[in-house]
Design a protein around this ligand. Structure first.
Ligand SMILES: [Zn+2]
Length: 196
């Protein structure tokens, strides 16, 4: 075994996730997030452009598997997966990108609380505001289809800003980075390090 491989064991860890696997993990996470967000956009299109009745507006997968839309367990599960992803991949971000990623994490934390409340209502059959179906707190102001599209958008946008800044770091951020995202774009870290 060489000294190199002893120094960097090929083990999976949170450090590795924010190091050499950061880019891979971010890409995988983004595919899931974009696919989910696209479903919310399609649902809004079905309501607003195709003028479908709201219960019949179920996105793409929901047309084939209606339980995907009606299961509060599934919505809550997705919200938790998203929260865990934002939390686990955050240490790899530095500087301005870290700030934007944290904004996404904070908003997703609240979004996840809304889904927890929806799940509790579905389980207990006790609905807020005297309703007959689970209701989000912010549904006092915006209907559910629009509200959850809005929630997903205000999480997605700061994530995109964070990703953009993460791949275009300033000198200080480049020095502080522990991941290989930028280096794998062909800018070796040593090349920009100040001469010792
Ligand atoms: Zn990275």
């Amino acid at each position: 075994m060489s000294v190199m491989s002893m120094a960097a064991p090929r083990r999976f860890s949170v450090a590795a996730l924010n190091g050499r696997f950061h880019r891979l993990a971010l890409n995988a996470f983004m595919v899931i997030v974009v696919a989910h967000w696209a479903e919310h956009l399609v649902q809004a299109y079905q309501v607003w452009v195709l003028d479908r009745p709201r219960p019949a507006a179920r996105g793409v997968l929901g047309q084939i598997f209606p339980w995907l839309v009606t299961s509060e367990w599934l919505h809550y599960g997705y919200a938790v997966v998203m929260l865990i992803g934002l939390f686990l991949l955050r240490p790899g971000f530095v500087g301005r990108a870290r700030t934007w990623w944290t904004i996404a994490l904070v908003i997703q934390f609240w979004h996840h609380i809304e889904h927890l409340l929806l799940l509790i209502q579905a389980q207990t059959h006790t609905f807020f505001f005297g309703g007959t179906v689970p209701v989000s707190l912010a549904q006092l102001i915006i209907p559910r289809v629009e509200l959850h599209l809005f929630y997903n958008s205000i999480v997605f946008i700061p994530m995109m800003v964070a990703m953009y800044l993460h791949l275009r770091p300033n000198d200080r951020e480049r020095q502080a980075a522990s991941c290989s995202c930028v280096r794998s774009e062909g800018v070796p870290k040593a090349a920009i390090a100040p001469a010792a």
